[in-house]
Design a protein around this ligand. Structure first.
Ligand SMILES: [Zn+2]
Length: 453
C-alpha cells in the first residue's frame, strides 16, 4: 500500500512554526534561549525530558531524546534556532509575526530553518504517540548561532557535551529540495559542503598629494591589479564524488543533459565550454554547477583612502574563498600567496581571517538508501541525488567527528515561474507552504521510522 501524507498534523505543525517565528532570534544577538524554552515546553507537555544549554546568557540550545534498545546507532535530528536579520520595510508582511495566509507560513526562518525545526519536533512527537519501538536513540537538538558560524551553538555542544549530542547519523538542513527536470522531480540530499577561507590583503604604498600622482606610490593601484588577478582567477576543475554523482543522477532524469554531462564527466578540463553552452538554454542550472567544480575567490569588501586630495598609502580588500572537499586550506593559502607574489611581493600583505574546512559524507550508507526508498514510496518515479552546497552548515562539526550527515528537509519547489526555482532563504518574504510542512513531516517520519526499527 502506498504511504499516505500525514494530513492530520497540518494544524499542529503550522501553529508550532508560526509561534516559533514570532520569537525573534535574529543573530546577532541571537536570543535563542526564548525559542529553546518554547520548544522544551511544547515537548515537555508530551512527556519529553528536555535539557537547555547556554553557551552565554540568552544563547540557548535544547536537546531531548527518545530512547531505543541500542541495537542500532543513534540518529540526531539537528536544526538551528537563530535566523538572519529581516528589514520589515522590505517585506509585504511583518517578518516576525508568524503570519499564516494563502497556504503559507510567512516569516524570517520559515525556510532557514525553523520550518525544519517544526518538522523534526512533529516527527519526534509522532514517534512517541504512535509507540514506535526504536532500535536506536533518536536525539533532537535545536541549537544557537549557526548563522554566525555555530561556535556558540553546535560546536559548543559537541565540544562540551558530546555524550548528549553526538550521533553517528545526523539529519540537518542544506538539502531535500527537489530539482524539477523534464521527467520529474529529483530530490537532493546534501552530502557535502564547500569550506570557507576568508582572508584580507593589505596593499602598502607611500602617501602624497593627489595632484602629483607620479611622486607618491598609490596603494589603490596595487590593489587594483590584485583584485583583477584574484577575482578572475580560474582554478583547476576538480570533480568530487558528490558532484560527479549529482551530474550522473540529473542526466539520468533529463535526456537533454545526457550528452553535455557525459562530455563534462569524461573531460572535466573542458567543463567551462560545456557550461557556457548549457547556459544558453539553462542558465540557472549552469551557474548552479559552475562553483561546484572548483575553488572560487570573490572580493567582497574594499576600503582605502581618507581624503579627496591625498594619495592613499593603504588599501585593504577582503576576499571570500570557497574550497572543495579534498582541498586543504593550507595548500590554498600557499597558492593565494604565490598569486600575490606574482602581482607584487613587496607591497601586498596576506592576512587570514577565518577557516572552515570543507566536509563530505559518503552516500553509500543505509541511511541514504532509506531516504531514497522512502521518497520513492511517496513518489514512485522521482530521482534522488547527493548534492554539494557552496555554503556551510553545522554538519561540518559532526562530519569532523566522524558522523554521516545529510542535509535533508524534504520539499517540493514552491513557486516555479519561468522554470526558475525561487530561493527565499535569507531573502524578502521568506515563507514555506503548509503543503511542504506536511510533506516534510510525512517523509521524515517514515524515514526515521524505517531507519530506526
Ligand atoms: Zn540555516
Amino acid at each position: 500500500m502506498p504511504v499516505q501524507l500525514l494530513k492530520e498534523v497540518e494544524d499542529e505543525v503550522t501553529r508550532f512554526l508560526s509561534a516559533l517565528i514570532r520569537i525573534n532570534t535574529t543573530n546577532p544577538p541571537g536570543n535563542e534561549t526564548a525559542a529553546a524554552k518554547y520548544l522544551a515546553e511544547n515537548l515537555s507537555s508530551e512527556g519529553f525530558k528536555c535539557e537547555l544549554f547556554e553557551s552565554a546568557p540568552a544563547r540557548g540550545s535544547v536537546i531531548t531524546r527518545l530512547k531505543g534498545t541500542g541495537e542500532k546507532p543513534s540518529l540526531l535530528l539537528l536544526s538551528h534556532l537563530d535566523v538572519v536579520a529581516a528589514d520589515p520595510e522590505e517585506w509585504s508582511v511583518d517578518p516576525f509575526a508568524g503570519v499564516v495566509k494563502d497556504g503559507f507560513v510567512w516569516g524570517r526562518g520559515a525556510l532557514d530553518m525553523k520550518g525544519m525545526t517544526a518538522v523534526e519536533v512533529m516527527v519526534l512527537k509522532l514517534l512517541k504517540r504512535n509507540g514506535v519501538e526504536l532500535k536506536g536513540n533518536v536525539v533532537l537538538a535545536a541549537t544557537a548561532d549557526e548563522e554566525q558560524g555555530g561556535l556558540s551553538g553546535a560546536d559548543y555542544l559537541l565540544r562540551n557535551y558530546p555524550e548528549m549530542i553526538f550521533a553517528p547519523y545526523v539529519l540537518n538542513e542544506g538539502g531535500g529540495l527537489a530539482v524539477p527536470t523534464r521527467s520529474g522531480n529529483v530530490f537532493t540530499v546534501q552530502t557535502a559542503e564547500k569550506g570557507i577561507l576568508w582572508f584580507k590583503v593589505k596593499a602598502k604604498g607611500t602617501p602624497g598629494h593627489g595632484s602629483m600622482p607620479n611622486v607618491a606610490d598609490n596603494a589603490i593601484m596595487h590593489m587594483n591589479k590584485l583584485v583583477e588577478k584574484l577575482g578572475n582567477y580560474r582554478s583547476r576543475v576538480a570533480l568530487v564524488p558528490t558532484v560527479k554523482r549529482f551530474l550522473e543522477e540529473i542526466a539520468r532524469e533529463d535526456a537533454a543533459l545526457q550528452e553535455p554531462f557525459s562530455r563534462l564527466l569524461a573531460n572535466p578540463e573542458f567543463a567551462d565550454d560545456v557550461l557556457d553552452e548549457l547556459a544558453k538554454t539553462s542558465p540557472q542550472l549552469a551557474e548552479e554547477i559552475r562553483p561546484r567544480l572548483r575553488m572560487t575567490i570573490t572580493p567582497t569588501i574594499i576600503s582605502g583612502g581618507v581624503k579627496e586630495n591625498v594619495i592613499p598609502s593603504e588599501c585593504e580588500t577582503v576576499f571570500d574563498c570557497r574550497i572543495l572537499p579534498g582541498q586543504e586550506s593550507t595548500q590554498t593559502i600557499a597558492l593565494i600567496k604565490a598569486l600575490l607574489d606574482e602581482v607584487d611581493s613587496e607591497k601586498l600583505v596576506f592576512e587570514g581571517l577565518q577557516v572552515q574546512e570543507p566536509s563530505e559524507s559518503t552516500a553509500e550508507t543505509p541511511l541514504y538508501d532509506t531516504i531514497s526508498a522512502v521518497l520513492r514510496e511517496f513518489e514512485p518515479n522521482c530521482g534522488v541525488t547527493p548534492m554539494l552546497t557552496t555554503g556551510g552548515t553545522d554538519s561540518r562539526f559532526f562530519r569532523r567527528k566522524g558522523s554521516v550527515c545529510y542535509g535533508f528537509q524534504p520539499m517540493h519547489p514552491e513557486e516555479a515561474s519561468s522554470g526558475k526555482v525561487v530561493k527565499r532563504e535569507h531573502g524578502i518574504d521568506e515563507r514555506i507552504s503548509i503543503e511542504n510542512l506536511v510533506f516534510g513531516t510525512s517523509v521524515l517520519y517514515e524515514t526515521v521510522k524505517k531507519f530506526m526499527t
